[in-house]
Design a protein. Structure first.
Ligand SMILES: [Zn+2]
Length: 349
């Protein structure tokens, strides 16, 4: 454990948090904690085994039973579910004839899609009630419909300008609100891509954090920068303020990662950010990190090892709690305790 987590580190942490224009990674945790574990699960919506595929809609009888088992096994584990307000995608791969026709292929849906409203959370109150009652689980946003015209079937915000992104985010949050779903103000953009327009729209709408980058291959180091899916060049291990009022946390571990990667991340003082998808097999595609017996058993074993190796020095939290603990709008006591000289010292460093 490095000395920089304690003493002056807390002043640096506070100074960074309070200086909202200061961009870059945030290396400092709460006193006594040297690293963090978070886990998130994508593509959750009310699809049942009678739909094209099950995505949580069968509640405790479907894929969520694996997640409930893991939560039960590890009382310190907390989860973030990325939920899509009105899911419409059926297959993730473009398979329609139009995909070969220039101009047309960018303007039509190249895969079969569900009619609007089919998976709208407002029409699935039992599903919403189930999510609201889950222990140690927060809900955040995963797009609006999770489908896009053109060859990039899932990359929903890619061709939208700032106003278009903001309108979609506003509609998505309106569905959450009207469905009565409890949520935190975070976003995992479908298809990982987070354009500058989407980042601006997040700030317009009051989305406080995003998780766009996934890198489960680059070598682990404190200075590692993402170079795989979504945003590139952001910190692979640490929360990073990518714009005033907008925090980013990368995903850096999944089912195909070896346990040593998790230990390397924790040893480096990073955020071990584990990703899963709720459905293993969808039409035409298998998620390598899909929730199933095998993946949950692997994580069960890994979590036991982490508990044994690191004990209380690791903080188990959610993406939303981690982000809000690093936000200007977090604890009022943070503002009261602010040391102006610490901000000046940090700026000068
Ligand atoms: Zn997705």
């Amino acid at each position: 454990m490095d000395g920089w987590q304690f003493g002056p580190a807390q002043e640096l942490r506070q100074a960074f948090i309070l200086d909202d224009n200061r961009l870059g990674p945030i290396h400092w945790y709460c006193p006594g904690k040297s690293a963090v574990v978070v886990m998130s699960i994508d593509d959750i919506f009310p699809g049942t085994s009678k739909s094209a595929y099950e995505a949580g809609g069968d509640l405790e009888k479907g894929a969520l039973r694996h997640v409930l088992w893991l939560l039960d096994r590890h009382p310190q584990l907390q989860l973030t579910f990325f939920v899509t307000p009105d899911w419409r995608r059926i297959a993730p791969i473009a398979d329609r004839l139009g995909r070969h026709v220039p101009w047309l292929r960018d303007r039509v849906y190249l895969t079969k899609i569900l009619p609007k409203g089919t998976m709208d959370l407002r029409n699935h109150p039992e599903f919403v009630a189930f999510l609201n009652a889950l222990p140690r689980t927060e809900i955040a946003l995963h797009g609006l419909h999770h489908v896009n015209p053109g060859p990039s079937v899932s990359v929903e915000f890619e061709h939208q300008d700032r106003a278009g992104c903001a309108a979609m985010l506003a509609e998505a949050l309106q569905i959450f609100d009207e469905a009565g779903l409890r949520y935190v103000r975070g976003l995992q953009p479908p298809g990982w891509t987070c354009t500058a327009a989407l980042q601006q729209a997040c700030r317009d709408i009051g989305i406080e954090w995003v998780t766009s980058a996934r890198d489960v291959v680059s070598l682990v180091s404190k200075d590692a920068r993402t170079a795989m899916s979504g945003l590139t060049g952001v910190s692979m291990l640490f929360p990073e303020r990518i714009a005033a009022g907008l925090l980013h946390i990368s995903s850096n571990f999944q089912a195909t990662s070896v346990p040593e990667r998790a230990f390397d991340i924790l040893d480096a003082g990073g955020v071990l950010s584990i990703k899963a998808h709720i459905t293993k097999n969808v039409p035409g595609h298998t998620h390598l990190d899909g929730v199933d017996d095998l993946y949950m058993n692997y994580l069960d074993r890994l979590f036991c090892d982490i508990e044994e190796r690191y004990g209380d020095t690791v903080e188990w939290t959610t993406l939303g709690q981690l982000a809000s603990s690093l936000s200007v709008s977090s604890a009022p006591s943070l503002v009261e305790n602010a040391a102006p000289e610490a901000i000046a010292a940090y700026r000068a460093a």
